[in-house]
Write a protein that binds this ligand. Structure first.
Ligand code: ZN
Length: 343
């Protein structure tokens, strides 16, 4: 099978990474004072799901704020792999920048750049609209997808997370051939289990922020997805999304995912929830690029532009944004305390 053209282009050193080139990157990143790498699981077809941690590991972990960035959940959304990879490269290439490295004394940035490697390989090999993971979900012995109707095998990983999984069939399907098939159970897939393994209560990790990258449409989205009810921290989400919009060029739709389409089993709903007693995180989905920029596969020139803009959002969060979040969460907690005292 031929490799999809866009993976053969290179402009100013930028190119779309194949799964093989991500593997190669992981093999050349040296573990250092600032970088740790690991595999947090294996896909259905046995490929590695990588995690890169960026932090100043000479500072004890318990004093740091954790941020989780996830890309490449939906296979065809190939820019969503490049943005988190750019962040990793940026930190590694700027380890002499004292201000930047100072931030890594305060933060641990955990990056999962390609959550769905099997689907990504399908896209690389020309099945350019592959969205779900790769699994024979109807059990007929072939793994197949119709490029026009999007009907075909696989589980939609962004409908397989546990919180409110399968509460209804709106935007989440029980049909094994549907493009939004949610799987047979919450966290039935090794790819979503990989995320659960680092975010569950048992993992002991508490993330202040979770950012989930998708494409396309220029959207800044936040929970909830499963209900039109407003999330508790709605005003904080609303204010942060307006700041992000100012940082990003172009016009963005901002709002809860449910305003666009109700759906359930979504990563940001899970990460914002207290599912199984885990601690909730402030959680955003970014839908990168728009139709005019090339939809699911913008030309390579868009990689640095898109990644730099979103690096700006990350920098805002590492500098002022997280203080704002902590202050807001603190205010809410004290309001609750006050209510408790009154009652
Ligand atoms: Zn997506």
């Amino acid at each position: 099978m031929n490799i999809f053209d866009v993976f053969s282009e290179e402009v100013d050193g930028y190119y779309y990474h194949t799964y093989d080139s991500v593997q190669e990157l992981m093999s050349i990143y040296d573990e250092s004072k600032y970088v740790q790498k690991s595999e947090i699981g294996y896909s259905n077809e046995g490929r590695n799901i990588y995690l890169v941690k960026l932090s100043d590991f000479s500072v004890p972990s318990e004093n740091k704020k954790k941020i989780l960035l996830v890309g490449g959940t939906h296979a065809r959304e190939i820019m969503s792999v490049e943005v988190p990879l750019y962040f990793i490269e940026y930190f590694i290439c700027h380890s002499g920048d004292e201000d930047l490295m100072q931030l890594l004394k305060e933060y641990e940035i955990w990056v999962v750049p390609m959550l769905n490697p099997d689907g990504h390989v399908r896209v690389e090999n020309g099945e350019i609209f592959w969205r779900k993971n790769v699994k024979d979900t109807n059990g007929d012995g072939v793994i197949w997808q119709d490029q026009d109707t999007e009907q075909g095998d696989g589980v939609d990983l962004n409908r397989n997370f546990g919180y409110q999984w399968g509460i209804d069939d709106v935007g989440s399907s029980p049909d094994s051939m549907d493009s939004c098939y949610r799987g047979v159970a919450a966290f039935s897939e090794p790819e979503t289990q990989a995320i659960q393994s680092i975010t569950s209560r048992e993992s002991g990790n508490e993330f202040l922020l979770v950012l989930s990258y998708h494409s396309y449409g220029n959207f800044i989205l936040y929970p909830w997805s499963y209900t039109i009810d407003l999330i508790d921290n709605f005003f904080l989400y609303n204010s942060l999304s307006m700041t992000f919009d100012n940082i990003l060029t172009g016009s963005y739709f901002k709002g809860s995912i449910s305003l666009m389409h109700l759906q359930n089993g979504v990563l940001v709903d899970y990460s914002a929830s207290n599912y199984d007693g885990k601690s909730p995180s402030i959680s955003f989905t970014f839908e990168l690029n728009n139709e005019a920029e090339g939809g699911f596969s913008p030309s390579v020139e868009y990689i640095p532009q898109t990644a730099e803009e979103h690096f700006g959002v990350l920098m805002y969060l590492l500098n002022d944004g997280s203080d704002k979040i902590l202050q807001n969460l603190g205010t809410q907690a004290s309001a609750t305390d006050k209510n408790l005292m009154i009652s």
